[in-house]
Write a protein that binds this ligand. Structure first.
Ligand SMILES: [Ca+2]
Ligand SMILES: [Ca+2]
Length: 288
């Protein structure tokens, strides 16, 4: 009987040890995942006429051959307790070499702190670094809102402004002069509170529209398309109202169309919204 008791105690100790090891390994991999999840899947980085695979794993930005077999360069860009909050790859200065734009923040916050730009030119290097501490940056995108052929940088913040002193999501627009950013439009807001926004030239006039998921006072949501008017954005067209809109994406195939994941009559579904001068035309999505 005593032997049985010792045997079960040993089994219990071994079981607890195994569970602990599993938990520690699980926790560790979860943390690594959280820190680097944004760039685990390789993205294409264009450098002159060549294409490379760009990843960021365990805080290391890595440029490799497209098959992933030859690592060309690697650089530590995310420190311990940090994460990539948002990123985009874009040829900011039209020199056929992409820049990597990132918002870096603490891995316990949904908002970021630093805006950084990296470039690859015989090696990875940081070309710009600016702290937006206290402004809660959460999304970086590029677009040509004024249609002059030069890309602008949009950084979405979550902050108060002097004339609208409540915390709200706000899209800021910056010019890029090859070494630094300059405010083009900041601190303002759209006509309604919004959840998210993207840029796309839906009317194909050469300048990108800002397309936002906006909240109405009745709780419903709409997609509003805004056009740059030299001093700010003006509404171009607005969609029908929906019970909820969760996601807005560019269409992979049609420049005048966006894809939205929304709720209508208590059912969630993907819907394509196609630009028309009279408003958005709804179309069922056959292919994402
Ligand atoms: Ca521009
Ligand atoms: Ca346009």
């Amino acid at each position: 009987m005593k032997e049985h008791s010792v045997f079960f105690k040993r089994i219990l100790v071994i079981s607890i040890a195994l569970v602990s090891i599993t938990l520690v390994i699980g926790l560790k991999s979860k943390v690594i995942n959280e820190v680097s999840n944004e760039l685990e899947q390789a993205l294409i980085l264009r450098v002159d006429a060549k294409e490379y695979a760009l990843t960021c794993l365990a805080g290391n930005l890595q440029v490799a051959s497209l098959d992933g077999k030859t690592v060309v360069d690697s650089m530590k860009v995310i420190m311990k307790n940090e994460k990539i909050v948002s990123y985009c790859i874009s040829d900011l200065n039209n020199d056929s070499t992409d820049e990597i734009l990132m918002i870096i923040g603490c891995n316990t916050s949904e908002f970021g702190r630093d805006f950084v730009v990296y470039s690859y030119d015989d090696g990875l290097h940081k070309v710009y670094d600016k702290s937006f501490e206290g402004m809660n940056p959460w999304k970086v995108q590029t677009s040509d809102v004024d249609g002059d052929g030069q890309l602008e940088i949009s950084i979405a913040m979550y902050k108060k402004t002097k004339f609208h002193p409540i915390m709200a999501k706000r899209p800021f627009i910056y010019d890029w002069n090859d070494t630094s950013i300059f405010p083009k439009w900041r601190g303002s807001r759209l006509s309604k509170p919004f959840d998210d926004y993207i840029f796309q030239d839906i009317d194909q006039d050469g300048s990108d529209e800002l397309l936002a998921i906006e909240l109405l006072s009745n709780g419903n949501k709409v997609i509003s398309a805004y056009q740059w008017k030299g001093f700010g954005f003006e509404v171009l067209i607005e969609s029908n109202e929906y019970e909820d809109i969760f996601t807005i994406n560019k269409s992979a195939h049609f420049r005048d169309q966006i894809n939205v994941y929304l709720q209508e009559n208590s059912k969630s579904k993907w819907l394509a919204l196609k630009y028309d001068v009279t408003g958005f035309l709804e179309q069922a999505i056959v292919e994402q």
